[in-house]
Design a binder for this molecule. Structure first.
Ligand SMILES: Nc1ncnc2c1ncn2[C@@H]1O[C@H](COP(=O)(O)OP(=O)(O)OP(=O)(O)O)[C@@H](O)[C@H]1O
Length: 450
């Protein structure tokens, strides 16, 4: 349902609290306003147009139609008309939200994920996406996270600025309350769309907004300001914890990014947890949800030498090998089949990329393309590390080289005429390396994330 009056604001003086944070965006190259059609983002779009039209900033809006509400089409039309009247280019994306049959929270989260996926995809370098989150959203988020039992970083609430895809996400209204936004929207005579799902208290956020926060505000009128202070304190605390974890990471990590067990063991349990979480996040993964961190750490750090403890995660695992912890990415493809190397056709083998190249010809070297096979370990292989020397079991050789067990299973083995000529990046027969290799052919083995 459309509320209020016009697509054009009345000619009043605009409140400073709205214009100040938006004027600070003058230096941005390109702004994208996330426009839901609701009151908050409609006021944001009007304010951006009021403050920045005529400036050099490129301005667009983006509306995501989740196709969930009965008025989804009406809201999309509203956004189109609004942008047309304001002379702002609008991108509309329709998405299908998963988990529609799940519990209310699943649907809410599904819509949010779909929305952020689109935003990320749309952003190019130099783009800044603006969202209209305000002080009340901040308080709801903090309460909600507290109820779910989140840590310091979660209690820091919604950040005013953070990276999103190739650009930035900025929330200029975080210091403005919902009441103020509503008051100004009416005073300026603006129109907006009401979201019927905002009244549905099966959604946790709505329950907090409609039933809990008003009660708290009645008792503590400056609740929002106090919570804002708490979020600031938590943000600072989280920043300090990260800085400490980063220092520890630098001093305890070895040449392959592994962490020394003795070094980690010397830290308090609190610091161990802090370090492990930061290490996982820094490596681009999500920290697994565990309640038994003390147990997880005791397993990783104290298990007997004969055990191979691990903390599994999504796309990775933290594993122990000898005196260190390793953060190991899941391999890219199932290994197993045998492949033949073709000249100048890179072979992708899990995380490895293997290339066979014709090298400068040595006098007397054959010109025939060597038949080099690439395969995973089957067991029983032997290696002849020195061309004229004796061969030894590959298993023993890998153990002597202290190659971790998970790495051994992933290594591409290169062989020719039944003889091993290469083991991942660890070893390559001298006949296939250097400026003028004996065989007339050079092999290059790289690991993708090296
Ligand atoms: N359908 C939409 N299309 C474009 N932007 C949207 C849409 N829905 C929400 N937004 C943007 O996100 C802001 C916050 O909206 P809302 O509070 O509904 O989302 P939220 O789920 O709480 O957000 P978040 O998950 O980011 O905290 C809006 O002010 C608006 O800028």
């Amino acid at each position: 349902m459309t509320r209020g009056g016009e697509h054009r604001p009345r000619d009043l003086s605009w409140p400073d609290a709205l214009t100040r944070p938006v004027q600070a965006l003058q230096a941005e190259a390109s702004l994208l306003v996330a426009l839901s059609g609701g009151l908050d983002s409609t006021v944001l779009l009007h304010t951006v147009v009021h403050c920045l039209s005529g400036s050099s900033v490129r301005l667009r809006a983006v509306h995501i139609n989740h196709q969930l509400q009965s008025n989804a089409r009406e809201t999309e039309d509203f956004c189109r008309q609004l942008c047309q009247q304001l002379g702002v280019d609008l991108v509309v994306e329709r998405v299908s939200v998963a988990a529609t049959t799940g519990p209310a929270a699943g649907l809410e989260a599904g819509a949010r994920n779909a929305r952020y996926d689109v935003f990320e995809r749309l952003m190019v370098g130099g783009d800044t996406l603006l969202m209209a989150h305000h002080q009340d959203d901040q308080a709801e988020t903090m309460l909600f996270r507290m109820i779910r039992g989140t840590g310091l970083a979660g209690l820091a609430g919604i950040p005013a600025r953070r990276r999103l895809g190739r650009g930035w996400l900025v929330r200029p209204f975080l210091a403005v309350s919902r009441e103020q936004l509503h008051g100004w929207a009416r005073e300026l005579g603006l129109a907006w769309q009401d979201d019927p799902s905002n009244d549905d208290e099966r959604f946790d956020r709505n329950f907090l907004r409609k039933s809990i926060i008003p009660l708290l505000k009645e008792r503590w009128p400056n609740l929002l300001v106090r919570m804002d202070r708490s979020s600031q304190a938590c943000r600072e605390g989280a920043e300090l914890a990260q800085a400490l974890a980063q220092l520890r990471l630098q001093s305890l990590s070895g040449p392959e990014g592994e962490l020394s067990i003795d070094g980690v063991r010397a830290l308090s349990l609190t610091e161990q947890k802090n370090l492990l979480r930061w290490w996982i996040t820094q490596s681009g993964f999500s920290v697994p949800e565990r309640r038994d961190w003390a147990q997880v750490l005791a397993d990783l750090l104290e298990a007997g030498a004969d055990r191979e403890p691990e903390l599994p995660g999504d796309g990775f695992a933290v594993r122990r090998f000898q005196a260190a912890l390793y953060l190991v990415r899941d391999p890219k493809m199932p290994l197993g089949d045998t492949r033949l190397l073709e000249p100048d056709h890179p072979l992708l083998w899990g995380d490895y990329r293997i290339v066979l190249q014709k090298a400068q010809q040595k006098v007397g070297a054959g010109t025939q393309i060597p038949r080099i096979r690439v395969a995973g370990r089957q067991g029983g292989e032997r290696i002849r590390p020195c061309p004229q020397g004796p061969s030894k079991p590959l298993k023993k050789w890998l153990q002597d080289k202290a190659v971790p067990p998970w790495e051994r299973a992933r290594l591409p083995l290169l062989s020719m005429d039944g003889e091993l000529i290469g083991v991942g990046q660890i070893w390559l027969s001298p006949g296939f390396q250097g400026a003028a290799p004996e065989s007339g052919w050079r092999i290059v083995v790289e690991r993708e994330f090296d």
